[in-house]
Design a binder for this molecule. Structure first.
Ligand code: PEP
Ligand code: MN
Length: 264
């Protein structure tokens, strides 16, 4: 069902505020790695709104490598995200950790994110097949394009065809960057599938200094949008500060993206 041979026309995911993912808009999903407080979310949402983006990101359930690292504000985080999203008229996207939380996510969230570490949690994929919300499906840490599309297939087979693929860097031998951004994954997905595909340069690079250039490359290669980490005080962020853009740098990047889009 995910394949281009099954369906020729591109899948376009439409939202109530006029946003379309997979058509001609380059969609920005921006915000902090983790929801830390209402005040933090409000400060960052203000920048996100100012940039012209329409979707606010922020993790409430955090899949951290160490069990001793900040695990997220959980339901409280979902409530803050929803509240601040509504205040600024922004859609919200956040990661679901397990199938049992689906009713809560249905209530608070506009787009449900599947994290890289959960891409092959097939019971979760089956549960999301019954969801009414679009799914942002991140590529697994070491997943091939085929494995990634098969996870989309699980969701679609359950009846939910609203899937946005997200390339977020893969594991290679290289350690200078957090992961290796597979920019050609966008072209592979476009050739093999009708589903929209976006790029997460933040988790790919792991370094804020690389985000602007990787974002411009994402636009140039034909991605349908970006999900990018922005933080008002990255030095003190509870997660992923090193890869988060400060508001000024983020706004500069958005200007550059607008400039580039007029040339394409
Ligand atoms: C995130 O978006 O904050 C995240 C944890 O991403 P990933 O699943 O790609 O590592
Ligand atoms: Mn993060």
């Amino acid at each position: 069902k995910a394949s281009r041979s099954f369906k020729k026309e591109n899948t376009v995911i439409k939202f109530k505020n006029g946003i379309e993912i997979g058509s001609h808009q380059f969609v920005m999903m921006s915000g902090p790695c983790s929801v830390e407080s209402e005040e933090q979310m409000r400060t960052i949402a203000k920048t996100v709104k100012e940039s012209g983006a329409h979707i606010l990101r922020g993790g409430a359930y955090k899949p951290r490598t160490s069990p001793y690292a900040f695990q997220g504000l959980k339901e409280e985080g979902l409530k803050i995200l929803r509240k601040v999203g509504d205040e600024f008229d922004l859609l919200v996207v956040t990661e679901i950790p397990s199938a049992d939380l689906l009713p809560l996510f249905e209530k608070y969230v506009d787009i449900i994110q599947v994290g890289a570490r959960n891409m092959q949690n097939f019971e979760l994929m089956k549960a999301l097949g019954k969801s009414t919300k679009p799914i942002l499906l991140k590529r697994g840490l070491s997943a091939t394009i085929e494995e990634w599309l098969m996870s989309a297939e699980y969701i679609m087979n359950g009846g939910n065809e609203q899937i946005i693929m997200c390339e977020r860097g893969i594991r290679t031998f290289e350690k200078y960057t957090r992961n290796t951004l597979d920019i050609s994954a966008v072209l592979s997905i476009k050739e093999l599938s009708h589903l929209p595909v976006i790029i997460d340069p933040s988790h790919a690079a792991g370094r804020w200094s690389m985000i602007e250039k990787l974002s411009l490359a994402s636009l140039a290669v034909g991605a349908d949008g970006l999900i990018v980490e922005v933080h008002n005080n990255p030095e003190h962020a509870l997660s992923d500060g090193a890869q988060s853009l400060k508001p000024k740098k983020y706004l500069h990047m958005v200007d550059k993206l607008k400039e580039l889009s007029t040339l394409l």
